[in-house]
Every structure is written in structure tokens, then in C-alpha cells.
Design a protein around this ligand. Structure first.
Ligand SMILES: [Zn+2]
Length: 482
């Protein structure tokens, strides 16, 4: 319903459970490939589908070149996924996924090849297998919760954090994938210096997010790529040294920039309007014409079925909805509670009808008993009156002061009018040639972004000191026409 964004958590965790390759076996076994092909549609569903078109075809072409260099020609499957999260990951069976968000950050075909070469390094070295062992442990934690409550949904809410930990490769595996990746990059005829440049771009992206969050780097500001492939200063230095050792001199091998930029011109940037827009702590959906805002200390992440909401002290939950069901907000609340708790002992503490910003609403406070104690649940449902229903479902830790934040969240839900909806426009990457007289500031003025100068520099992999030169081509972010 909110065709995907972040759930690379879930997709990743899913991916890890798939691998069945034996150590020492071939890098891509038939069994692995079969499992990966079966899981492929599920992974896509977690991400909101593939992003088709020119950029996707280009990704496959470059991927195939690098796969050939890795000895895996014709054996791999490359998919561009429709999320603005910055990530790339490999599933045993050589299914490699790269996000639209990462594609927007890359500046040359050589840099793109370096990311794919790194992922192929994980495949060839069979890292999925070792990683899988870790994930099975955390999956057990999730299943324990599921067994206790009999509820998939509750398990999913509780299990998101566990999934995240499971995705981390070790530093040794990262180094190994970097080393293998560099050799494939060279063999495929790309510039080895693209690898450290790409890592530097990811570091700049991380710095950009961290500075936006006021210097606090937490799991919600660090890009997923950095979480799944730990990114350290060491890795950048190491990768630079490896490029120098390759015998190629810096600048000797010009990177394919124009070809790359030609393929990402027009690429969707940020949220897909079909999935709704998360902007900081607010969420708005131009097609559903609804919006809400979470209070300070909360974070929002779009996912396929719902917007995941995380607050202080372990408060977590979701925003979702249902269409085409002729029922009031009270009946909808009851149906949701039933599907959530199933046979778990539950107690409704309060239930009341009301209106929130003009919408008919229903609020429920309840507790459920789990093997780990009594868990407070807060539920709010809203009806538009034409079969459209929406809800928040929040789980908090007992004994915390979570209710005030949850009440503020529940009170922020509103329907949007046509004029408000019209302002929610998708954005695209636009490649522009710098003309004489253009300045960093004049180009930044065209950017549809907060902190336009910083974003312009970050997206184009450069510092303010480097400046811009007439004739060169830069990526801008502009509102889609129309
Ligand atoms: Zn990695």
C-alpha cells in the first residue's frame, strides 16, 4: 500500500535466510540461484518494486561487464530498486540489488562498477553464508516473540532492530570484498581510483545526513549501505593505497562521467509519490491526500505495508490503512485489534469515539500479556467516509512516559485539500551544463532541496574549495515538470 522504502532491513534479513551454499563450493551454485530466484519477488515487494527504464538497463550492462571480470559472466542478475535509501546488497545465487538512492549519488560508470565489483566480491568469497549464521540467531529472537503473541505484525514491529544487526558484514569481509572488487574493476577496464572516490562519496553522504540531524549519528541518519557494509576512514585509505599499487596513475584512466550522467538524467529523486513522502518527522501522501507529523524524538520510515514509526524508549509502531471497507473507525479498530492480538490475553483500558481535525476517529488504549510482561498498546483509527480507513498502532515499553508523544502523533492526522496535495511534487535528478557566469549559488538556487549548496556539492562528489567550471556537467535536483 505504501510501496516500499527502507525495508531493506526486512529484505536484507530475508536475503540472509536464503543462502544455502556450502563453504568451498562454487561461488554461484544452482541451488543458491533457485532460492534467490524464488525470493526475488519478495525482496522486490519489500523495496516497492524495481525501478525500470534506461538507468536499470545501464546498471545491468555495467554489472555484466564486471561479473565477466569476476568469472561470473552470464550468471548474475542486477536489479535497480525503487527506493531513495542508499544501499546495495548481494544475495547468494548472485542476485545483486542497487537502490535508486545510491544511483543518484554515483558520479561515473567507474564508480558504479566499483560498487558492483564490491558486491560481487561478497558473492565470490561466499560471505552470505557466514552472515547468515548471525542472522539466524536474531531471527530466532523475532520468532520467539511471534510464538508468544501469535502475531506476525507484532513480531515485525519488535524484530526490525534485530534484523538491522544481522545485516552487518565484518570488517574483514569488507576488506576482502574491497580487494576482490578492485581486481575485477581493473580487469573490466575501469579506473581503480573510482573505488576510493565512491567510498568518499558515501562518507560525504553520511556527513551530510549527520549534520542535518544536528551532529547526532544514529541508526536513522546513517545510510543503510554504511550499516550493512561498515564504512570507515580506514577503508577509504586502504582502497586508495590499493589503487596506487595497481600501477595505474591517478588521472591516467579517465572515468566515464558523461555516459553515466546521460543515464541518470531524469532519475526520480527522493520519495516516489506513489509511496508517499517522508520529510523529516512529517509524512504526506499526495494520492491518499492525508498527512501527519510525529513529535520531536520520533523517526518515520516508509515501508511496503505501512510507515514505521519509532520513538524514544523503545516506542514503536506503524501508520497504515485500508481502502474499500465500508465500516466506521470503531469497527476498523476492533478488526485491527483482533488481528493483532489473536489469542493473546488482552485488556481494553479505554475506547472512545471523537473527531481529529475533521476526521471521524476512534482511540483505544489496551494492554496485552506476553511472555515478557504486559505491553501497552495505543490504537487510533480514522475514516474518510468513502471506504478509506487509516490507523496508527503503537507499542510502548511499560512504565515509560510514552503517552504524551503518542497523543500528539494521533492528534496530528489530517486530510489534505486539493491545493495542499498539489504542492507535493516528485523531484528528479537533472544534469545541467555549467555556463559562463554560473556560480555555485546560482545553480543551488535551482535545487528543490533544503540546504541546496551542501546537497549540490555532496551529490556531485566535490568540496566548496573545488568550485565549478564552465562546460562541466553537474547533477541538480529539480521538481518534476507539470
Ligand atoms: Zn560490503
Amino acid at each position: 500500500m505504501f510501496p516500499v522504502r527502507k525495508s531493506s532491513l526486512l529484505a536484507g534479513a530475508l536475503a540472509l535466510l536464503l543462502s544455502a551454499c556450502s563453504p568451498g563450493g562454487p561461488a554461484v551454485s544452482d541451488a543458491d540461484r533457485r532460492v534467490a530466484a524464488e525470493e526475488h519477488p519478495k525482496i522486490l515487494a519489500e523495496f516497492g518494486g524495481s525501478y525500470d527504464g534506461r538507468a536499470a538497463g545501464y546498471l545491468s550492462d555495467v554489472g555484466e561487464k564486471v561479473a565477466k571480470a569476476a568469472g561470473l559472466g552470464g550468471k548474475c542478475h542486477f536489479t535497480l530498486v525503487n527506493t531513495d535509501v542508499v544501499n546495495a546488497f548481494a544475495v547468494p545465487g548472485c542476485y545483486i540489488y542497487l537502490t535508486r538512492g545510491l544511483m543518484g549519488l554515483v558520479n561515473s560508470e567507474d564508480e558504479l562498477a566499483s560498487v558492483l565489483a564490491h558486491e560481487l566480491g561478497h558473492i565470490v568469497a561466499n560471505h552470505g553464508n557466514a552472515q547468515r549464521r548471525q542472522s539466524v540467531l536474531s531471527q530466532l529472537g523475532v520468532m520467539a516473540i511471534e510464538a508468544i503473541t501469535g502475531s506476525n505484525k507484532l513480531a515485525r514491529l519488535a524484530g526490525a532492530a534485530a534484523g538491522l544487526n544481522a545485516l552487518r558484514y565484518s570488517r574483514e569481509h569488507e576488506y576482502e570484498a574491497d580487494d576482490l572488487g578492485l581486481s575485477y574493476l581493473r580487469k573490466a577496464g575501469y579506473d581503480p581510483y573510482a573505488a576510493p572516490e565512491m567510498l568518499q562519496s558515501l562518507q560525504s553522504y553520511q556527513d551530510f545526513l549527520t549534520s542535518a540531524a544536528g551532529g547526532e549519528a544514529d541508526a536513522n541518519t546513517i545510510p543503510e549501505w554504511a550499516l550493512t557494509h561498515p564504512l570507515t576512514r580506514n577503508r577509504i585509505v586502504r582502497s586508495e593505497e590499493a589503487a596506487e599499487r595497481s600501477g595505474v596513475k591517478q588521472g591516467e584512466h579517465p572515468e566515464l562521467e558523461a555516459a553515466y550522467l546521460g543515464h541518470v538524467d531524469g532519475l526520480l529523486f527522493g520519495d516516489d509519490p506513489q509511496q508517499g513522502f517522508v520529510l523529516g518527522r512529517s509524512f504526506s501522501h499526495p494520492q491518499m491526500r492525508i498527512a501527519f507529523e510525529a513529535p520531536t524524538g520520533f523517526t518515520l520510515t516508509n515501508s511496503p505495508q505501512a510507515v514505521l514509526i519509532e520513538g524514544p524508549n523503545g516506542t514503536r509502531g506503524e501508520f497504515g490503512g485500508a481502502h474499500g471497507r465500508r465500516m466506521g473507525p470503531d469497527a476498523y479498530a476492533e478488526a485491527l485489534l483482533k488481528s493483532l492480538v489473536r489469542d493473546t490475553p488482552a485488556r481494553v483500558l479505554s475506547a472512545r469515539r471523537g473527531a481529529v481535525n475533521g476526521a471521524q476517529a476512534f482511540m483505544v488504549q489496551a494492554t496485552i500479556e506476553t511472555g515478557k510482561g504486559v505491553v501497552p498498546i495505543s490504537l487510533a483509527t480514522y475514516a474518510r467516509g468513502n471506504g478509506e480507513l487509516y490507523h496508527f498502532l503503537m507499542v510502548s515499553q511499560p512504565g515509560t512516559e510514552a503517552q504524551q508523544g503518542i497523543a500528539s502523533l494521533f492528534g496530528s492526522f489530517r486530510f489534505l485539500d486539493a491545493a495542499q496535495t498539489a504542492r507535493l511534487k516528485p523531484r528528479n535528478i537533472r544534469v545541467a551544463q555549467v555556463r559562463p557566469g554560473d556560480t555555485l549559488q546560482s545553480l543551488a538556487a535551482r535545487m528543490a532541496a533544503d540546504r541546496p549548496v551542501e546537497m549540490l556539492l555532496m551529490l556531485n562528489g566535490r568540496s566548496a574549495a573545488q568550485g565549478i567550471r564552465p562546460g562541466e556537467r553537474l547533477k541538480l535536483v529539480e521538481f518534476a515538470p507539470g
